[in-house]
Design a protein around this ligand. Structure first.
Ligand code: ZN
Length: 241
């Protein structure tokens, strides 16, 4: 496939350093597991983490990023506001953003949604069945009617987000809750996809269906390279008045 989007996978990279059970699942970090899956599909992919200068998200790196993937959980508050604003401006300018799992509470996602992004949760290792509810959507390409994650953290509705522009997945959990697991949003010239799976103690980012979705989402979220938009006063009309 020509011109695959350039991807940067961002991870706060703290659980893997602090918790042996997480490091056992993701010895090179969650970001590297996701990057490995995308590299296997041929995407040019780089990684960035919280503790690097500018959280690894320099102007230069973002200018060379078509799609940014975001994983965070325990350190959302440590992400500097000016970096969040920098990412938001890039999204408005057309960069794609894929927010994973506990990234629902990240500063960048809450800022782009404008809502609390609260939800229900339970950590019991229960089964999750993810239903494709928009089979014609490119993010669902190659999947069956549903796929299952054998051990997952539960996220339940209500998920306090604005109504998605497109809803691709709905999850059912063994305990009975449901959740909007794959949500597409348009913000400025950019596309945002929220994808629920991915708790740090479960090997979810090695699962083929999950990798399929992330790769599909990266292709979908790539900049459309549509017209440059202009704003402001127009003294000269296009037609004679
Ligand atoms: Zn989690």
């Amino acid at each position: 496939m020509p011109n695959l989007p350039r991807i940067t996978v961002w991870n706060e990279f703290r659980h893997e350093k602090a918790h042996a059970d997480v490091a056992a699942v993701y010895p090179k970090g969650i970001h590297q597991a996701i990057a490995d899956g995308l590299a296997a599909e041929g995407f040019p992919v780089r990684t960035a983490t919280l503790d690097e200068p500018e959280h690894g998200l320099t102007d230069e790196l973002l200018a060379q990023t078509d799609v940014l993937i975001w994983w965070g959980h325990m350190a959302h508050g440590e992400v500097r506001d000016e970096i969040v604003e920098r990412v938001q401006r890039r999204v408005w300018a057309g960069m794609g953003l894929i927010v994973l799992h506990s990234g629902h509470f990240s500063k960048i996602f809450k800022r782009l949604m404008g809502t609390s992004c609260e939800l229900k949760w339970r950590e019991a290792g229960e089964r999750e069945r993810i239903w494709v509810v928009e089979p014609g959507h490119p993010i669902a390409a190659g999947l069956g009617e549903y796929f299952e994650i054998p051990h997952a953290e539960m996220y339940g509705e209500r998920f306090d987000i604005p109504a998605p522009d497109q809803l691709v997945f709905v999850s059912w959990f063994q305990g009975g809750e449901v959740f909007r697991s794959g949500c597409c949003f348009y913000r400025g010239a950019g596309k945002v996809f929220y994808f629920r799976p991915g708790h740090e103690t479960f090997p979810i980012y090695y699962q083929p269906e999950v990798r399929r979705v992330i790769a599909n989402a990266a292709a979908w979220a790539a900049p459309a390279r549509g017209p440059a938009v202009t704003f402001g006063q127009r003294k000269q009309p296009l037609e004679k008045l």
